[in-house]
Design a binder for this molecule. Structure first.
Ligand code: AHG
Ligand code: MN
Ligand code: MN
Length: 335
């Protein structure tokens, strides 16, 4: 692959092909990428930039916010509010939607994000990231309201994430496959490093927080028990396990070499469908996974078909290599 296809050039060329990236969407993606570069800088500075540790506040889920959760949220808002491509934004770290101020022109898109995914890994120098999802404002001649965001994941027009790891990598779909861009710090730009990403349909690697095993439902227990039995069990092969505790990093590994990721419903909070958030985490990741040939369900249905009823709604997540996701989903049907 040529070393010199920048994100800008990739988007311009995608715009030419069937015009499937309108210019406002192209601008939006460039701005999100620029914001991710800023967040990457802050992450890299770590203790030197005074960005580690807790902010002492809580988000709508009752989770303690880290300084970087807040910094990343502000970077994304400041970068996106003035360009004229957005009507409003919603974030895991803000209780309410953020409507573009009247002093700026208003665009036709809605941007949703998890500004900093993997917060528990910030202070220990393990990979973290930013996840984003783009929807269209249903009608553009009135005030934006929360219900405008409540669209099924299948309606996304772009989705992606940026992982801040040993490399900073931006991963993107606009519905035409998945492309990966690595940040070249000398040039200051994202460079295309992989196109047409495909996830193998089979895998021998699973990702789940095993410490929650006693709280899981029967189908998930059955699946993991069968993986643990390895060669001697019904699966007839050995499995390996990884759990980074940053969804971005776990999904990035799965897009790179296959695997299955699960954060299922569990009995700790029986009234909530799971830990992860539908709009900021599950929808964008599920679309990326499907675009790379994988599958994503909540055990019962395709995640992208779920009609959201609340902005901060949570969901059970099973995603990755197609055959394994279908197996776990089939186990749920048998209960
Ligand atoms: P966030 O930092 O945005 O709150 O998300 C953390 C999520 C997700 O990235 C990860 O898969 C999961 O929480 C880890 O949870 P456990 O600590 O329960 O394993
Ligand atoms: Mn997250
Ligand atoms: Mn987060």
């Amino acid at each position: 692959m040529s070393k010199n296809i920048s994100l800008t050039r990739y988007l311009v060329e995608q715009q030419r092909v069937d015009g499937h990236i309108p210019s406002q969407l192209r601008l939006l993606l460039e701005v999100v990428a620029r914001a991710c570069k800023g967040i990457s800088q802050a992450v890299n500075k770590g203790a030197l930039g005074g960005v580690l540790g807790s902010a002492g506040s809580e988000n709508v889920q009752g989770e303690v916010q880290k300084k970087l959760d807040i910094i990343a949220n502000e970077v994304l808002i400041e970068a996106n509010e003035w360009g004229g491509h957005l009507a409003a934004m919603a974030s895991e770290e803000m209780d309410q939607i953020y409507t573009v101020p009247n002093r700026y022109p208003r665009g036709e898109y809605l941007l949703l994000f998890d500004p900093l995914d993997g917060s528990s890994n910030i202070d220990v120098n393990v990979s973290i990231g930013t996840i984003f999802s783009v929807l269209k404002m249903p009608e553009d001649d009135r005030t934006v309201e929360e219900h405008d965001f409540l669209q099924a994941g299948a309606k996304q027009v772009a989705a992606g994430y940026c992982v801040y790891g040993p490399q900073t990598t931006l991963v993107l779909t606009v519905g035409d496959g998945v492309a990966m861009f690595t940040l070249d710090r000398e040039q200051g730009s994202f460079v295309l490093t992989q196109e047409n990403v495909r996830i193998p349909e089979d895998t021998q690697e699973f990702a789940i927080n095993m410490s929650n095993m006693r709280h899981w439902d029967e189908p998930v227990k059955r699946y993991v028990d069968e993986c643990l039995a390895g060669k001697d069990g019904v699966r007839g092969k050995n499995f390996n396990m990884r759990w980074i505790a940053s969804m971005v990093a776990d999904v990035h590994r799965i897009l790179t070499r296959g695997g299955i990721f699960m954060y299922p419903w569990d009995k700790r909070e029986p009234n909530k469908p799971g830990k992860l958030r539908l709009m900021y985490e599950a929808n964008p990741m599920s679309w990326l996974i499907e675009q790379a040939g994988g599958a994503a369900t909540n055990g019962k249905q395709r995640i992208l078909d779920i009609q959201p009823t609340q902005l901060h709604e949570r969901v059970s997540v099973i995603l990755g290599s197609k055959n394994e996701v279908e197996r776990v989903t089939a186990y749920h049907a048998k209960v």
